[in-house]
Write a protein that binds this ligand. Structure first.
Ligand SMILES: [Zn+2]
Length: 169
């Protein structure tokens, strides 16, 4: 089911999400709603708080690993995901967010990371990659700790954006 995407500066986006204790029908329905919403609005990833649920669930397009814009999207669910930095050297990717309208910005993050979590059957799944894929893994997991990509940009850029959004409301 398509759910409305929570938009910045809704305070829900700054909250920390709860770990999933049990993969039950509620979590399966949540993952389905996240997938339906992501496919409808378009994007490479979504985190549960973005549809208003403070649970540690993300969906990531793992086709990004191929670094080929022609590759068909391949959305995977990760429950209680944990990111490990493999190469801390920073790289800069151009990020955007379904919850942060009308802004894309370069963000510096560790170049290569791994992400490990559970799938909907409770199996441990691990992905690893760099560049834009690495940024995406970190961006989605950040949402579960109440962090947005605009928390990583310069103070000046951030305040310009905040001013613009205030005017728009
Ligand atoms: Zn986002």
């Amino acid at each position: 089911m398509l759910r409305p995407v929570v938009q910045y500066p809704n305070p829900l986006l700054a909250k920390k999400s709860e770990p999933v204790a049990e993969i039950n029908d509620e979590i399966r329905a949540l993952a389905q709603d996240m997938l339906d919403t992501l496919k409808t609005v378009g994007g490479v990833g979504i985190a549960a708080p973005q549809i208003g649920v403070l649970k540690r669930v993300v969906i990531i397009d793992v086709s990004l690993e191929k670094d080929d814009p022609e590759a068909p999207q391949d959305f995977r669910v990760f429950i209680n995901p944990v990111v490990t930095v493999i190469d801390p050297k920073l790289s800069e990717e151009n990020e955007g967010c379904l919850s942060v309208p009308e802004l894309r910005s370069k963000v510096k993050r560790p170049r290569r990371v791994a992400l490990e979590g559970l799938d909907l059957d409770g199996n441990t799944v691990r992905i690893e990659g760099e560049g834009y894929f690495s940024a995406c893994m970190q961006h989605e997991t950040d949402h579960l700790d109440g962090k947005l990509f605009i928390d990583h940009i310069s103070y000046l850029k951030r305040s310009m954006y905040d001013k613009k959004m205030k005017k728009a409301r």
